[in-house]
Structure formats: C-alpha cells, structure tokens
Design a protein around this ligand. Sequence first.
Ligand code: ZN
Ligand code: ZN
Ligand code: ZN
Length: 256
Amino acid sequence: MRVTFLGSGTSGGVPVINCSCSVCRSLNPKNKRLRSSILIETGGVTILIDTSPDLRQQLLRRPVERLDAVLYTHAHADHIFGLDELRRFNYLQKERIPAYANQSTAQTLRSIFHYAFQPGALKPGVPNLSLKIIDGVFDIGGVKIIPLPLLHGDQEILGFRIGKFAYCTDVSRIPEASFKLLQGLDILALDALREKPHPTHFSLEQALEQAARIKAKKTWFTHISHILDEDRHGQNLPDGYAFAYDGLELETMNNE
Ligand SMILES: [Zn+2]
Ligand SMILES: [Zn+2]
Ligand SMILES: [Zn+2]
C-alpha cells in the first residue's frame, strides 16, 4: 500500500496570503503546504481522501490514472472545495465515482454541490458522484476501510484506518472507542496545527501526547500552520515523529 500526502497544510495553506513571517518566507520546500489531502493506492484501487481547494495542482504534481472512490473526513471548505476537479475522472473513466461520507458531511455536500449528485445518465460538464453514507466498516474493491469517529471541536468527523495506516486530520479529541481502533499501527497521520492550543485542532504538544498513547511505529503530523517550522520544530521532534510534507510517499503493508 502506498500513501501519498498531496497536501499537509491547514485551511489557509502555507505560505499564507500576504504573510511575511519566517516560515512563509522559508526556502525549505517542506515549508510549502497545500491544503490537506492524501491518496491511497492498494490492492489495485486508488482512493482519495478529501478534495482540497488545491486538488487540481495536487494532481498535476502527482498524476493519478483513475480514482475508484473519494472518502470525506468532513465538509469544511479546505476539505471539499476541489470537488469539481473530479469531473476529469468521470470523463476518463466514463462512470460515476462513489463519494463516502458520514450523514452530516453528506448533507452539506449535497446542499453545496447539488449538481454533482443527480441520478441518471452521466452529465457532461459537472462532477457525477454517487454519495454513500458511512455507517460502519465498508470496503472499496476488496480494500477494508474502518471509519474512526473523531471530535473536531464539538463536531463529529471521521478519520480512516486502512490496514496498518490511519489518517486522523482535523481532530481535537479522540473518543475512547476510536483509540481501540488505532492499535497496532505502522503509520499514523495526525493533526498538529500549531504550538498554542486551539478549539478544534490538536496543538503540537497535544498531538505528541496522543501519538505517544497510540504508539504507531511512526507518526507523521499534518494540517500544519505557518506557526510550525520544519527547520525549527520538525527537525527537533523525538524519534518516531515527523512533520508530513507535500509529496511525501510512504509504503506500508495492507494487512491487520
Ligand atoms: Zn481542515
Ligand atoms: Zn506566515
Ligand atoms: Zn476542519
């Protein structure tokens, strides 16, 4: 199984528009972060998690031949506003693409992108998706997906576990039941926004505490803001922890 970080930045990306801080001016390419999204390739299927506003640029940088499904963590703008770019895959694949989301995310997607979920024959010029409501473990072409309920402020959103990899972005609290689903991981991707606490995201310190409890072999922090510097913070993390970066590709086994 291959996991590719298409984007590792928070909602405004890094650099931030009109910001002259040292991270936004940094020449280190790892300090350039598009909005958070990952790609999973395993067992002959390609799965995209979230459609960030940077999706077009992300897929020009990291070409993908086909998309078998899109999984949505939640419906915040930085995770959904690239949805229209999926049109290209309808055109190439001549088929509707399934989009998986929990009930509340599905409702928001349907209200914003009503034109993308019309039943019937494929329509040109618009995305053609079929919305699938997640209500437990499911599979995509034989690849088992375990949804992980997470709290993002007081909103319940989803992380996903596939084999020994789990993706937990936009989280400020992990419910006890989800900790149980996070045992025995090789790789964990976990939200770490900034140094100071935030109402809807883990700070770096909180993320380190949670990751120490989950005990994945390696934890990559993501959804990073311009407050965190790869050179100043990322290089000083304890062994087993690192900041993800755009273009990072990881290989892991898809077995449990
Ligand atoms: Zn976000
Ligand atoms: Zn900045
Ligand atoms: Zn969010």
